[in-house]
Design a protein around this ligand. Structure first.
Ligand SMILES: NC(=O)c1ccc[n+]([C@@H]2O[C@H](COP(=O)([O-])OP(=O)(O)OC[C@H]3O[C@@H](n4cnc5c(N)ncnc54)[C@H](OP(=O)(O)O)[C@@H]3O)[C@@H](O)[C@H]2O)c1
Length: 262
């Protein structure tokens, strides 16, 4: 299926590996030119090479830097001649216990997982409206719908982002000008982040990471963790010409793990 977005430009934040990289890979396969970002230059450069191998015909730019810093945000966005597609992403906050989280730790989580995507969107959204095409995807988390106590920092910061996006996406001038904003909510996907979460939980409970992983897998009806490629393919569809009527949604991709109806 041709998604109708060849020759568009996409900026994908936090994309040298994991879910961000898979979104970039799926877009590149569709003929989209991309700017990718991550903090460490060497893995980012290697990711750019892998993307170019997927599609030698597209332009790939890579801009290292911490996307939570406003200077990096400006540099990353201005590396793209235009921003038709924006995928916001950054590391999730650490797991822990509510009593350990002071104001500084809270501020860092809110800055990374709420204020950073909001700032990026604010910079690009008016131009998307002017050009009558825009797709914004925020990578958030399944815990927005089903919060877990040890992920309290994520629950709080991402909950704030979710509320803001729901209102923004329904702004008449956006939806009527073919500019959509959606949140993708990963359940358990087989990435380094997931492995780190298991390791942190294992050291807190005095257990083995492999046992924690097995227990988590057993709670997923699909019987496995998701692959980053599955996530990237969904992202590319939401960026497509066929997804112009989908906006303000929180789309859970979790192998059936969420227990509720809505
Ligand atoms: N995987 C899952 O099962 C899962 C489930 C729920 C939610 N999530 C959320 O989804 C997001 C992506 O997770 P993932 O599993 O893909 O993680 P990952 O495999 O650890 O990859 C994270 C990527 O983001 C980059 N990055 C992190 N912080 C950054 C920053 N401040 N500025 C720029 N680049 C940054 C990393 O490169 P550098 O380290 O070089 O910067 C790397 O490329 C996270 O917010 C995570 O909490 C994941």
């Amino acid at each position: 299926m041709d998604l109708g977005i060849a020759d568009r430009w996409a900026v994908i934040c936090a994309a040298s590996e994991g879910l961000g990289f898979s979104c970039a890979a799926a877009l590149v396969a569709e003929g989209v030119n991309v700017v990718i970002n991550a903090r460490r230059p060497e893995p980012l450069k290697a990711a750019a090479r892998r993307l170019q191998n997927i599609n030698p015909a597209v332009s790939i730019k890579w801009v290292p830097g911490d996307i939570t810093e406003s200077q990096t945000q400006d540099t990353v966005l201005s590396a793209s001649p235009m921003v038709d597609i924006l995928v916001t992403n950054a590391a999730g906050p650490p797991t822990g216990n509510y009593s350990d989280w002071n104001r500084d730790i809270w501020y860092q989580a809110i800055n990374t997982n709420m204020l950073t995507p909001i700032s990026l969107i604010q910079i690009v959204i008016d131009e998307m409206v002017n050009r009558r095409f825009g797709r914004v995807i925020n990578i958030t988390s399944g815990t927005v719908k089903a919060p877990q106590s040890e992920l309290g920092l994520s629950n709080g910061a991402r909950g704030g982002l979710t509320g803001f996006i729901c209102g923004l996406a329904k702004t008449d001038s956006l939806a009527s000008n073919n500019v959509t904003i959606n949140n993708l909510l990963p359940g358990a996907f087989d990435t380094n982040r997931l492995k780190q979460t298991f390791a942190q939980k294992a050291s807190r409970c005095g257990d083995l990471p492999e046992r924690i992983a097995m227990q988590r897998r057993q709670k997923i009806p699909a019987g496995r963790f998701g692959t980053p490629e599955e996530f990237g393919a969904y992202c590319a569809f939401l960026c497509s010409v066929y997804a112009g009527y989908i906006t303000g949604q929180n789309i859970l991709i979790d192998g059936g793990a969420y227990p509720g109806v809505f």
